[in-house]
Ligand binder design. Structure first.
Ligand code: 26V
Length: 820
C-alpha cells in the first residue's frame, strides 16, 4: 500500500463555512440561496460539516496506518447515539460561530437542531454507554471504532393514551442522515443456513465443508465520530442487510419468481428493526441472525484490513482487539475460530490462542432472565458449522476442567457451554467467558458479583481474567452540550481544561465559600429548571413552579429499578397532606420518564399508575403549590439532555445488587443534582467520591438483600402490619382513590408487594427511603447549604468521565495507544 500524507484543507472560519453552506444549498440541494428555507440551511450546514469530518476521518486513518497502530473494535448490537449535529459542532468548537452565521442568514440554528431526529439504535444504558465510549476514544486519539447494525427502525417511540403506553415505529432516517457515508464498495458477504459435509484432506485430516448456504450482503455505513478539539475522527460502522443476487438461486432456477423475491425481501429483514429489551426476544430466529450478522460483517471487515497490512495471522492479536459489549456478539469467538481454522487453515490450538488474545467480554447485568440462551437446534439450523465448533470448544474446555477437578460432574455440568436441562441450549455467557482473555463488570460491586454470583466456577478456574471497569459518561454531551449555562460558568471559573480532564472540576472546591459563585451556580440550575418547566407546561399543560425541588427518576421502567417505591412515597406525601394535615416543608415536583418493554405488563401498569396518581394530585387544589407529578413521554437522549441539567434530586433507588452500574446517576450528579440512592452499582463509588454529607443513602445493603432472599426471611406483610404509612397508601390504592373509574386496577401491585420474598424488597426499604426524603426536604430549605452540596457533586464527579474508563480499558485490556 502506498504511503500517503493526507492534508485537511477545509477551514473552520466564518468565511469558509458560509461559503460552503451556500455552495451546498446550490450544488447539493439544487436551490437558489434566496429560496432556501431554514431547514435547507440546516441540511447544507450538515453537509459542510460532513466535508470537514470526512477529511479528518481520512487524515486519522492515515495517521493510524503510518504507525501500524493496534486497533480496538467495539462490537455492540446497540448504539444510543442521540442527535449528531449539535454534538459534532460542539466537539469541533464551531457551535457559537455557526449560530452566528445562521443569525446573519436570518435563521435560528436552535430550531434546526431541535428538528433532528434522535438515532435511537439502542434500548438504554448499554447502548448509551457504547456511544459515550466512542466520544472518549476519539477525544483521546485512541484507534478505536464501533461496529453495529444499521437498523432501519430504532427503539419504538412512546406515546401515552389514557395513561397507557402505546408503541409507535421509529423510522429515524425519514429526513435522511446527511452525516453518514455509505461504503457499498466495502460490502461483505455473509453465509448462513445450509449444512456441513464432511470430507478429508489428502493427508486424511477431517475437512468440514459448509455447503448450500444462503447469503446476505452487509453494506457498511460510516458515521464519523469526532473527538473534542476536532483532531481525531474515528467512525461507527453500521451494517445494513441487503439481499444478495445469489440468494436462493435455486428457487429462481426452479422458476418460482415470486417466492424467490419474497426470500430476498426476507433477507433484508435482518437489519430492519432493533429488538426492545425483553426476555421473549431470546429464541427468535431473526434476533440470532442479527447477532451473527453483526459478528460476521465485523470480522470480515477487520480481517480484510489486517490482510492489507500483514499476512501473518499469528500476529493478529498484536493489531486487533475486539470488545464484546455483553453476550450479544459472543459468536465472535466462534466465527473467528471458523475463519482461522477453516479458511486460513491454522491449527486449532494456535487459532484458539489468537482468538482468546483478541476477544474481551463485558458483562452488563446480573438479572438471570437477561442471560442469553440459544437452543442448539436453532443454531444448528442457522449456523451448522458454528454449532460443530461450539461443541469442539466445549469438549476441549471441559477436558481441561476435568483434569483440574477430576470426577466433579456437577462442576462440569455448570461450566459446560451447553445447558442440558430440558431442550439443549448454548450458554452465550459461558462461551464469551471461555473465549476471552478478559471479563469485566461495570462497577466495583457489580464486578465482585460477576465473580462470586454469576461465574464463581470460572473465577476459581481463571481468576486473572476477571476485572472491573467502572462506567462513565462523556462530559462533552452531558455537560458542555446539554448544560450550556453551567458549562459557561465552569469555563469562566476554571478555563476549558475540565472539558477533557474532568478531574479539574476538583478546583471548584476552592470557590465553595464564595457566595457569588454559589449564587451563579444555583442561577444556572434555575435557568435550566425554568426551561424544563416551560417545556413541560407547553407539552403536558402541567405548571411546575421553578422553586420547587425537581425530583427526577428517568430510566427504563423495570421492577428492579423500583419506580414503584418512588410512587408509593409520592402517594404517602399526598395522603399526609390531605388526610393527615401534614404539609411538606418544600414544594416538590416528581418527574418520571422511561419506556416499558412492549411485552412487560407490570412495567406498563406502572406507567399507568404514575399517570393516575398525577391526575389526582395535580387536580387537587389542596396540593397546589406543594406537590406536582408528571410523566414525560418518549424518554430518549434528546429528552434526557433537557431533563438532566434541571434536576435537584436524582432517584437511583434500585434494590441493592440489581443495577450493574447505572450511568444516569453520573449524568445527574455532575450537573449538580443530589442523589437519593441505594448502596448499589456505581452509586457506591459516587458516594465514596462526594462523601456521606452530599448523598442521601438509604436501604438494605446487597448482602442483606441476598441473605433475606436466600433464607426466605422477607415477610412484607409484617412490615405492612407495623407501618401505618404503608397501610394508608395501600388502603388508598385498594379503595380506588387513584382509579375511581376502574375498580381494582392497582390491586395487583398491593398483592405483589405483599407476597413473601418479593424479589425487589420494596417495602423493606420504604421507611429508610422516606426518612432520606425528609432529610432532603430539610436541607433544601437551607439554600446555602444545598448550593454547597450541589457544587460538591459537580466538583467530585471527575472519576465518572468515560475518558477515565477508556484509558483503563486501553491500558489493561486492549493494549492500544493514542496516535496523536
Ligand atoms: C436485559 C433484560 C433482558 C430480558 C428481560 C429483562 C432485561 C432487563 C435488563 C437487561 C439488561 C440489558 C443490559 C443493560 O442494558 N445493562 C445496563 O448496562 C449499563 C451499562 O453498563 C449499566 O449502567 C446498567 O446498570 C445496566 O442495567
Amino acid at each position: 500500500m502506498k504511503r500517503s500524507n493526507f492534508k485537511v484543507r477545509k477551514k473552520n472560519d466564518r468565511v469558509s463555512l458560509t461559503e460552503d453552506i451556500r455552495n451546498h444549498v446550490i450544488y447539493s440541494l439544487s436551490k437558489e440561496v434566496k429560496d432556501a428555507s431554514e431547514w435547507d440551511a440546516g441540511k447544507a450546514l450538515a453537509l459542510a460539516l460532513r466535508d470537514r469530518l470526512v477529511e479528518r476521518m481520512i487524515e486519522t486513518r492515515d495517521r493510524y496506518r503510518r504507525v501500524k497502530a493496534k486497533r480496538m473494535y467495539y462490537f455492540s448490537i446497540e448504539y444510543l447515539l442521540g442527535r449528531c449535529l449539535g454534538n459534532n459542532l460542539c466537539n469541533m468548537e464551531i457551535l457559537d460561530l455557526c449560530e452566528d452565521i445562521f443569525k446573519d442568514l436570518g435563521y435560528d440554528l436552535d430550531e434546526v437542531r431541535a428538528s433532528e431526529r434522535d438515532p435511537a439504535l439502542g434500548n438504554g444504558g448499554l447502548g448509551r454507554l457504547a456511544a459515550c465510549f466512542l466520544d472518549s476514544l476519539a477525544t483521546l486519539d485512541l484507534p478505536g471504532c464501533g461496529y453495529g447494525i444499521h437498523y432501519e427502525y430504532g427503539l419504538f417511540r412512546q406515546s401515552i393514551h389514557n395513561g397507557y403506553q402505546k408503541e409507535l415505529a421509529d423510522y429515524w432516517m425519514k429526513e435522511g442522515m446527511p452525516l453518514q457515508v455509505a461504503r457499498p464498495d466495502q460490502s461483505v458477504i455473509v453465509p448462513l443456513y445450509g449444512r456441513v459435509e464432511s470430507a478429508a484432506t489428502p493427508s486424511g485430516d477431517y475437512l468440514p465443508m459448509w455447503v448450500d448456504w444462503d447469503d446476505i450482503i452487509g453494506v457498511p455505513y460510516d458515521i464519523p465520530v469526532v473527538g473534542y478539539g476536532g483532531k481525531t475522527v474515528n467512525y461507527l460502522r453500521l451494517f445494513a442487510a441487503r439481499a444478495s443476487e445469489n440468494f436462493d438461486m435455486d428457487i429462481f432456477n426452479h422458476g418460482d419468481y415470486i417466492r424467490a423475491v419474497q426470500r430476498k425481501i426476507e433477507s433484508e429483514m435482518v437489519s430492519k428493526v432493533l429488538y426492545p429489551t425483553e426476555s421473549v426476544s431470546f429464541g427468535k430466529e431473526l434476533r440470532l441472525v442479527q447477532e451473527y450478522f453483526l459478528v460476521a460483517c465485523g470480522l470480515r471487515d477487520i480481517t480484510r484490513r489486517f490482510l492489507a497490512q500483514n499476512k501473518n495471522f499469528e500476529e493478529f492479536a498484536d493489531y486487533v482487539a475486539i470488545q464484546l459489549n455483553d453476550t450479544h456478539p459472543a459468536l465472535t469467538v466462534v466465527e473467528l475460530m471458523r475463519y482461522l481454522v477453516d479458511e486460513r487453515r491454522i491449527e486449532w490450538d494456535k487459532a484458539w490462542e489468537i482468538t482468546r488474545a483478541t476477544c474481551a467480554y463485558t458483562n452488563h447485568t446480573l438479572l438471570p432472565e437477561a442471560l442469553e440462551l440459544w437452543s442448539v437446534s436453532l443454531i444448528e439450523k442457522v449456523l451448522p458449522r458454528h454449532l460443530q465448533i461450539i461443541y469442539e470448544i466445549n469438549s476441549r474446555f471441559l477436558k481441561k476442567v476435568e483434569s483440574k477437578y477430576p470426577a466433579d460432574n456437577e462442576k462440569l455440568r455448570r461450566m459446560s457451554l451447553i445447558c442440558e436441562d430440558g431442550t439443549k441450549k448454548v450458554r452465550m455467557a459461558n462461551l464469551a467467558v471461555v473465549g476471552s482473555h478478559s471479563v469485566n463488570g461495570v462497577s466495583e460491586l457489580h464486578s465482585e458479583l460477576v465473580k462470586t454470583r454469576l461465574f464463581p466456577d470460572f473465577y476459581e478456574f481463571a481468576p486473572q481474567k476477571f476485572n472491573n471497569k467502572t462506567n462513565g459518561v462523556t462530559p462533552r454531551r452531558w455537560m458542555l452540550k446539554a448544560n450550556p449555562a453551567l458549562a459557561a460558568l465552569l469555563t469562566d471559573t476554571l478555563g476549558k481544561g475540565w472539558i477533557t480532564d474532568l478531574n479539574e472540576l476538583h478546583k471548584l472546591e476552592e470557590h465553595i465559600n464564595d457566595s457569588e459563585f454559589r449564587a451563579r451556580f444555583m442561577e444556572a440550575k434555575r435557568t435550566n429548571k425554568i426551561k424544563l418547566g416551560n417545556f413541560i407546561n407547553s407539552t403536558l399543560d402541567i405548571n411546575i413552579p421553578p422553586d420547587s425541588i425537581f425530583d427526577i427518576q428517568a430510566k427504563r421502567i423495570h421492577e428492579y429499578k423500583r419506580q414503584l417505591l418512588n410512587v408509593l412515597h409520592v402517594i404517602h406525601l399526598y395522603l399526609e397532606l390531605v388526610d393527615n394535615d401534614v404539609e411538606p416543608s418544600c414544594s416538590r415536583a416528581f418527574l418520571f420518564a422511561g419506556k416499558a418493554a412492549p411485552g412487560y405488563w407490570e412495567a406498563k401498569q406502572i406507567i399507568k399508575l404514575i399517570h393516575s396518581v398525577a391526575k389526582v394530585i395535580n387536580n387537587d387544589p389542596r396540593a397546589e403549590g406543594l406537590l406536582k407529578v408528571a410523566f414525560l413521554p418518549d424518554y430518549r437522549v434528546s429528552l434526557a439532555e433537557k431533563i438532566v441539567p434541571a434536576c435537584d434530586v436524582s432517584e437511583q433507588i434500585s434494590t441493592a445488587g440489581t443495577e450493574a452500574s447505572g450511568t444516569g446517576n453520573m449524568k445527574f450528579a455532575m450537573n449538580g443534582a443530589l442523589t437519593v440512592g441505594t448502596y448499589d452499582g456505581a452509586n457506591i463509588e459516587m458516594l465514596e467520591e462526594v462523601g456521606q454529607d452530599n448523598f442521601y443513602l438509604f436501604g438494605l445493603k446487597q448482602e442483606e438483600v441476598e441473605k433475606a432472599l436466600r433464607e426466605g426471611s422477607y415477610h412484607p406483610r409484617e412490615i405492612y402490619n407495623h407501618s401505618p404509612e404503608i397501610r394508608q397508601v395501600f388502603t388508598a390504592l385498594l379503595e380506588n382513590r387513584f382509579s375511581p373509574d376502574e375498580p381494582d386496577l392497582f390491586r395487583w401491585l398491593v398483592d405483589k408487594l405483599l407476597t413473601d420474598n418479593e424479589q425487589y424488597m420494596h417495602l423493606a426499604d420504604f421507611k429508610s427511603y422516606s426518612e432520606a426524603q425528609k432529610r432532603i426536604d430539610r436541607d433544601y430549605a437551607e439554600k446555602e447549604i444545598w448550593a454547597a452540596k450541589a457544587i460538591l457533586n459537580t466538583a467530585r464527579m471527575g472519576k465518572f468521565s468515560t475518558d477515565r474508563t477508556m484509558l483503563e480499558y486501553a491500558e489493561d485490556i486492549w493494549k492500544i495507544k493514542a496516535v496523536k
